[in-house]
Structure formats: structure tokens, C-alpha cells
Design a protein around this ligand. Structure first.
Ligand code: GDP
Ligand code: MN
Length: 387
């Protein structure tokens, strides 16, 4: 779960990371009231979960209540790269001498935490990584050992931060690492981390992505859940209790079990297709669950074909097949469906599907055949849709 900047800064503050005083507002009047409370000048910042807000006009300096009024009314409701601004964060403006970058994330390949620091902050870090990779100091951290002061100081020195910023940045890195580990985040990023002309170091931006698996440890995350902005498909899926992740391809996928769902994505990619989603319907595959899953996939306008991949264990093949047939009676599906059933009572399941076979409902014996067919149909429909 990604946090908005203002939530990220509140999260940082809990771990003692210095941030500017500020307040959130979802109306122009509230924005002005927050600014009056804080004292001028202030910065009016669009709260959307996408970077580059500054360039898009979503971050403005204001010297007076009138200026706050103007900027807040322009920014609220603004569209920033597909995200509508519902809230602004008003914070006391900072004077900036230098802008740096700092982050901790997981390096799954290395099975370690990865700390990154750069003296080139305030710009897109991907761009720095591409143009000038040596400008980013990196440190792999064994999660068992954690980060000590010597490690944090080494990162700061390797990155070549100004002498005046080193002690402050080292201290912030140690706190940021605690925030990452104890705060159960997958990513914590400060860009820019600033040095002020009077020698203080603090976080001017905050990006925090929380690990949903740790939710049970954090009752306080409920307030983040309440403001979470999911896409339409993900909202519907969540309301139906399905494990769903939206992707951008054209083959809708339904599978039972997370492992099988992942393998299905791989096989679709392998045969030249692109998955529209990850959807694990879990153990049960009755008509109710199947209808819900199809309904969610149906709301995705990119979908051109649907691949249902079921391996029967406790779930029996004929139950799955009946579930699919009944679900089709309940939900009006636009795309063709390719089904692969294997495992317990697969034969009976396939026989039921054969009885109901049509251009809309096809059955294939193996996962590879089913994926090939679904991708072929998606491509054919894609061409038709464009023609
Ligand atoms: P992003 O563009 O979405 O990453 O938003 P940021 O919060 O990182 O802000 C972008 C840029 O706006 C920063 O790199 C700063 O240059 C500038 N900025 C943000 N807050 C302040 C502030 O308090 N004072 C000044 N002078 N500039 C700021
Ligand atoms: Mn930023």
C-alpha cells in the first residue's frame, strides 16, 4: 500500500525524521486556514501517488493567504498524469542550499536490503541511475545485521554529500532504516533530502510503500486504507474478497492458488501474450466465486480473452465446470473464455464444458495449449477492435 506524501511524512515523524510542519486540506478554505496557522511563506503541494508533481504544476510557493487561495483552487481537482488531486498538503516553506536523495528498499535478487544515497537529489533518480550511475552510492544490508552508524556514514561519504550535511544525513539514514524495518515498509524514499543554508538536514518529500503482509501488526494503518485510491477493478475485486492485481495486458486470468496464477502469467508471457491481471480465486471455485471473478475481469476494457486455469485438488473438476457454466448464465461476458481443468475429476469437468462448448467457451487439455489459444484469440480480437 502506497502512502500519500503527507502520510509518509507523518510516518517519518514517528521515527524522529525531521520534516517541515504542515497540514492537510481538501478545500481551498481549509488550505488557507492551514497556511494562516503555519505562517508564511508556505508551499502548496498536490497529494497524488505519482512523481513529478513539481513539473506538472502541482507544487507552488505562496507568500500570502491570497496566493494560497489561488494555488489551492488551481491544484485541487487538477489531473496529474491520470491522478485527480483531492487533497493538498500545506507546509512551511524551506530554504534550500542543496538537494540530496536517500532510500531503502528490498533487493530481492540479492536477498538483502538496499540503501541508496546520492548528492544529486530533487531530480528523477531513474534518470540519474541511467546517466550517471556512479553518482548513486549503494549499500547492501543483511537484514539480520541491520544498518549501523558506520554503514550509514560510509553511504553518506561515498555519495559525496557536503561536509555540513554529513552528520545530519547519517542520523536521518539510521532513522529512515528503522522506519523501513520497524515500520514494515517495502520502500522508503526521501527525494529531496535537503540541506538548508543554516546547516539543517531534513526531508522535503516522502515516498513510503507499506508491506500489506504486515498489516496485522499495524492497527494504525486503518487510516491509510481509508484514503487508499485503488483503480475501479481493484476496488470491485476487494469488495468481493478476491486476490486481484490489475496489469495492463489483454488476457484476463483466473486461477486457483497464487502459485498457479503466477505460473499462468508466465506461460501467457512465454507464448507472446500479455496478462491483464493476476487473480487467485483460492480454494473454492463455485458459481458464486467464478461469477465474481468474471465480473471483475469484465470491467477491464483492455481484456480481449479470458483464460481460466484450474487445478483440482480438493476442488473437483465437475464442480468447477458447473460453476463456470452457471456463472456465464449470471454475468454477460464479452470476451471468449478458454478453460483448462486438470486434477481431481478433470474428465467429468471437461465433459460438462464440452456440452456447453461454443465460440465463447472453449476448453483445452493443457496449460500451454490454453494459454496459446487465449493469446491467439486476444490478438485476433485486438486487430478487430482496432480495425
Ligand atoms: P515531486 O516533484 O512530486 O517529487 O515533489 P517534491 O516534494 O519532491 O518537490 C519538487 C521540488 O519542489 C523540490 O525538489 C524542490 O525543488 C521544490 N520544493 C518543494 N518544497 C519546497 C520548499 O519548501 N521550498 C523550496 N524552495 N522549494 C521546494
Ligand atoms: Mn520528490
Amino acid at each position: 500500500m502506497d502512502l500519500f506524501e503527507y502520510q509518509g511524512k507523518q510516518y517519518f515523524a514517528r521515527f524522529g525524521i525531521p520534516v517541515s510542519p504542515g497540514g492537510v486540506a481538501d478545500t481551498v478554505d481549509e488550505a488557507v486556514a492551514q497556511a494562516d496557522r503555519l505562517g508564511f511563506p508556505v508551499v502548496v503541494k498536490a497529494q497524488v501517488q505519482v512523481g513529478g508533481r513539481g513539473k506538472a504544476g502541482g507544487i507552488k510557493l505562496a507568500q500570502s493567504a491570497d496566493e494560497v487561495r489561488t494555488h489551492a483552487s488551481n491544484i485541487l481537482g487538477m489531473d496529474i498524469r491520470g491522478h485527480t488531486v483531492h487533497r493538498v498538503w500545506i507546509e512551511r516553506a524551506s530554504d534550500i542550499a542543496r538537494e540530496f536523495y536517500a532510500s531503502f528498499t528490498l533487493d530481492r535478487g540479492a536477498r538483502k536490503h538496499l540503501g541508496m544515497v546520492s548528492a544529486r537529489g530533487g531530480v528523477d533518480i531513474e534518470q540519474v541511475a541511467a546517466e550517471e550511475p556512479q553518482a548513486i552510492a549503494r549499500l547492501h544490508i543483511d537484514p539480520v545485521d541491520g544498518l549501523d552508524e558506520a554503514g550509514a556514514r560510509r553511504l553518506v561519504e561515498q555519495a559525496g554529500l557536503d561536509e555540513a550535511a554529513r552528520a545530519g544525513a547519517t542520523d536521518i539514514l539510521l532513522k529512515l532504516y528503522r522506519c523501513f524495518v520497524e515500520g514494515d515498509a517495502d520502500l522508503v524514499e526521501i527525494n529531496p533530502l535537503i540541506l538548508t543554508p543554516d546547516g539543517r538536514v531534513h526531508a522535503l518529500d516522502a515516498k513510503v510503500s507499506l508491506d500489506n503482509n504486515a498489516e496485522f501488526r499495524h492497527p494504525e494503518w486503518a487510516e491509510y486504507k481509508a484514503t487508499e485510491e485503488l483503480d475501479e477493478r481493484e476496488q470491485l475485486a476487494r469488495s468481493k474478497g478476491l486476490q486481484y492485481i490489475g496489469l495492463s495486458g489483454s488476457v484476463g486470468i483466473i486461477a486457483n492458488g497464487a502459485g498457479l496464477a503466477m505460473s499462468t502469467l508466465d506461460v501467457v508471457n512465454q507464448v507472446g501474450g500479455s496478462p491483464a491481471n493476476f487473480l487467485d480465486i483460492g480454494g473454492g471455485a463455485d458459481a458464486e466465486v467464478m461469477a465474481n471473478a468474471l465480473e471483475v475481469i469484465n470491467t477491464d476494457h483492455n481484456v480481449r480473452s479470458i483464460l481460466i486455469n484450474i487445478f483440482g485438488g480438493i476442488t473437483r473438476g465437475e464442480e468447477v465446470a458447473n460453476g463456470i457454466v452457471q456463472a456465464l448464465g449470471r454475468v454477460q461476458i464479452t470476451s471468449p473464455i478458454v478453460v483448462r481443468i486438470d486434477g481431481t475429476n478433470a474428465e467429468q469437468g471437461r465433459a460438462i464444458l464440452a456440452e456447453h462448448a461454443s465460440e465463447q467457451l472453449l476448453s483445452q487439455p493443457t496449460m500451454l495449449d490454453a494459454a496459446r489459444k487465449a493469446v491467439e484469440l486476444a490478438k485476433a480480437a485486438g486487430v478487430e477492435a482496432r480495425a
